[in-house]
Design a binder for this molecule. Structure first.
Ligand code: ADP
Length: 333
């Protein structure tokens, strides 16, 4: 029969055994990891100095019934643990099982932030459209000149809503498949050329010279449509935000087992504090500028998810006033 220590080690969660008074007589590595301490021999109440925990242990001791409490641990970074305290036999010992809920709490917070952000993004154009309809029904009913202008604004707002819904649907479709690695043979250099030809008109409109250079095919295991979307999102951003520089260069090369697609612009660049957050949904350096250029704030989030589905990585280098380079690396086929 294995000893108590071996049972504790085999558990997926943190676990420790206490005797009456709070002394810890055994603890597994998971618990020591969570609390960042060697636990055996210490007093549990000095390790977890939270009234809710002390109360749960005392209740368990007095009533001989299991107790569950959530504990906000003020460590760095802060953690949310769930402690389940249960009596162990008749001798007054107790088993404390600790589950780390930090990640679940973060996911829950992200989900509710996301719903709030998406609703807010939808409401803005919708409010504008409703306002215009009311004006068309009322004061501008017989003004044909104003009517044309208002229809134009309605079209702009409706298109903005459509882009948003399209991007949200794309994001959710990619997320659903994120754990399935795509397997078709795709030449990333071809994808770059295709993206260029799809965006040439836009490049001309904003007066930017868009070039693609690649010396050899760069085959990856991938999904051609998704990789095209990655290239297009990056090039579109370079055209939208980097157009002050007059040119955008796309390169595709093989480097250390990866195919690397880089999109470089010479626009105004991005301040360092924004870089770590750029791929978050709805994060923008300037919401006003993004909206004025038809952005949804979801383009780079889509890029990040597609790249992660392809087991690749995204690197962003940028300096204010000097432009930006967005590079995607995907393992070679
Ligand atoms: P958007 O729809 O707003 O373009 P993205 O997710 O594609 O959303 O990009 C997020 C933000 O990152 C943009 O709003 C912009 O502030 C910044 N950004 C992206 N690419 C560039 C670039 N090449 N140069 C400067 N800023 C950029």
């Amino acid at each position: 029969m294995p000893g108590a220590g071996e049972f504790l080690e085999a558990l997926p969660d943190g676990a420790l055994v206490l005797v009456a008074g709070g002394t810890i007589t055994a603890a597994n590595a998971q618990a020591e990891d969570m609390l960042q301490l060697r636990l055996t021999g210490l007093n549990a109440f000095t390790v977890i100095r939270l009234p809710a925990f002390v109360e749960a242990v005392q209740k368990c001791e007095q009533q001989n019934t299991a107790q569950t409490v959530e504990l906000d641990i003020h460590s760095r970074p802060p953690r949310l643990l769930e402690a389940h305290v249960a009596p162990l036999g008749e001798g007054g010992s107790m088993l404390v099982v600790l589950r780390d809920l930090t990640r679940e709490q973060q996911i829950e917070r992200m989900r509710s932030d996301f719903v709030a952000n998406a609703s807010h993004e939808m409401r803005t154009p919708l409010t504008a459209i409703l306002g215009i309809i009311e004006t068309l029904q009322g004061p501008a009913r017989d003004d044909s000149k104003a009517r044309d202008k208002f229809f134009g604004s309605m079209l702009t707002q409706a298109r903005r809503m459509k882009r948003l819904v399209d991007d949200l649907l794309t994001l959710s479709r990619i997320e659903l498949n994120e754990h399935v690695r795509p397997g078709a043979r795709v030449d990333l250099a071809d994808v770059a050329r295709q993206a260029r030809s799809n965006l040439l008109t836009l490049a001309k409109d904003v007066n930017v010279e868009l070039s693609v250079s690649s010396s050899e095919p760069a085959l990856v295991a991938g999904d051609a449509d998704e990789l095209l979307q990655v290239a297009q999102n990056l090039i579109e951003n370079a055209l939208k935000y980097g157009n002050g520089g007059g040119k955008v260069e796309v390169t595709c090369e093989k480097k250390a087992g990866f195919a690397v697609l880089s999109v470089r612009d010479w626009g105004k660049g991005i301040a360092a504090i924004h870089l770590p957050r750029l791929t978050e949904r709805f994060y923008r350096v300037s919401t006003q500028e993004s909206r004025a250029r038809g952005g949804t704030g979801l383009g780079l989030a889509i890029v990040k998810h597609i790249v992660s589905r392809h087991r690749g990585s995204l690197a962003i280098e940028s300096r204010e006033g000097q432009g930006s380079t967005f590079s995607v690396s995907i393992p070679l086929y």
